[in-house]
Design a protein. Structure first.
Length: 401
């Protein structure tokens, strides 16, 4: 078919830059530092099997379910969120098929072509993909070692014409993808203040917050919004069990004001009617078992060990060739390349050497971007991390020639 046969948004669509790396994974001996998948070795198999057996024995899980989500799961998610300092009741929760669907619903219900959306930069590629397909005017706000730069955000807001003021700002404040950064409490308060002053919503995506290496409690943006503005809080909260329990459950959720939640539920009815009741009930039964905290703590310790090995290997092997900040949690490390390195040549050399990563250009909305790459310490073992960085060093030496 000719491209003109398709809708304008899908005439020449760009696919996920991370999914496009999948063919390389089948190469023998390839070490992947690319994917952000949680490690299968850390899945709580005993708890998931028990939860699955309980769920599959219930006749109702084979029927259609409510679009808003299983009532018991919504109760369990509110209990989980209470441990994060978020106070919500089940009617404030919409269960989604992963948190990516939750963001897509927000885009569908809030954004018309040409509307301005702010994104932290670098940003999660699927977010950029959804905004491009919606025809949004994307404004990138730079980040640093402490996450979203509030001074740069204030400048961006001041530069926008009144007719181009933003509706949304998307951010992953806790251990961002791809930066691995943690937004400070002061910046969180300032961000909420700017959102209130300028009338835009903050979309807080929080899939990694519980994968914390610091052991220090912190307030979510949603909690800051509740404290500063109460019912007028500008923060919409998204989260998921994909990174902390199991991706196959496809269990995400949104906490938002009633008028927004109702419209998102209607939009969801046109997509999948309801998130599969079987997986919802497995998730609910798993959370009811009270194994979540122990399993996440165990996973965080292992991810921290893999991250520590990656950081040490980078310091030993790439000194002067790249810079980075050691993450305090999550699954990712952002590596900024020194001048004089050809990013395209580096990727080709790395694949030839048997190590895979995600090129940094995937995380920007604009064609102009710094030379960087994302590394993940989630799935490789500690030894594979060391081997992968050794191969990356060899590829860097080749790319300089």
């Amino acid at each position: 078919m000719d491209a003109s046969f398709f809708s304008q948004a899908y005439a020449q669509p760009a696919g996920s830059p991370i999914r496009e790396l999948f063919p390389y994974l089948s190469r023998p001996g390839m070490i992947s530092l690319a994917g952000g998948y949680p490690s299968p070795s850390l899945f709580d198999m005993e708890g998931l099997q028990e939860a699955g057996a309980r769920a599959l024995a219930q006749r109702g899980v084979y029927q259609y379910g409510p679009t808003e989500g299983d009532a018991d799961l919504r109760e369990q998610l509110c209990r989980l969120c209470a441990g994060r300092g978020i106070h919500a009741d089940p009617p404030q929760v919409l269960v989604t098929t992963g948190s990516q669907q939750a963001f897509d619903l927000l885009v569908r219900t809030l954004i018309d072509a040409g509307d301005t959306v702010l994104v932290e930069s670098p940003a999660y590629p699927a977010t950029l993909q959804a905004l491009r397909l919606a025809g949004a005017h994307v404004v990138e706000v730079p980040t640093d070692a402490q996450g979203l730069r509030i001074d740069a955000l204030a400048q961006a807001l001041a530069a926008l014409l009144p007719a181009r003021q933003p509706k949304l700002l998307y951010t992953v404040p806790s251990f961002s993808n791809p930066g691995g950064t943690l937004l400070s409490a002061e910046r969180r308060r300032q961000l909420v203040g700017l959102a209130r002053a300028h009338g835009f919503l903050i979309v807080e995506d929080d899939p990694y917050g519980d994968l914390d290496f610091t052991g220090q409690p912190r307030a979510t943006l949603y909690q800051h919004g509740q404290e500063l503005a109460g019912a007028q809080s500008p923060v919409v909260y998204l989260s998921s069990l994909s990174k902390t329990v199991a991706p196959a459950l496809r269990t995400g959720w949104m906490i938002a004001p009633p008028e927004l939640l109702r419209r998102c539920a209607i939009a969801k009815q046109t997509m999948d009617l309801c998130t599969p009741p079987i997986t919802q009930r497995i998730a609910s039964e798993y959370l009811r078992l009270d194994r979540y905290g122990t399993a996440v703590a165990r996973a965080s310790l292992e991810y921290q060990a893999r991250m520590t090995r990656m950081v040490q290997a980078l310091r030993d092997r790439l000194d002067g060739q790249a810079t980075f900040v050691a993450p305090q949690g999550g699954l990712f490390l952002w590596l900024a390349l020194a001048p004089g390195i050809d990013a395209d040549a580096l990727f080709a050399a790395a694949v030839a050497r048997g190590v895979l990563y995600v090129p940094g250009k995937a995380f920007y909305a604009s064609p102009s971007h710094p030379q960087a790459l994302r590394l993940s310490f989630a799935t490789p073992t500690v030894d594979e991390v060391s081997q992968g960085i050794a191969r990356l060093q060899q590829a860097l030496e080749q790319a300089r020639c």
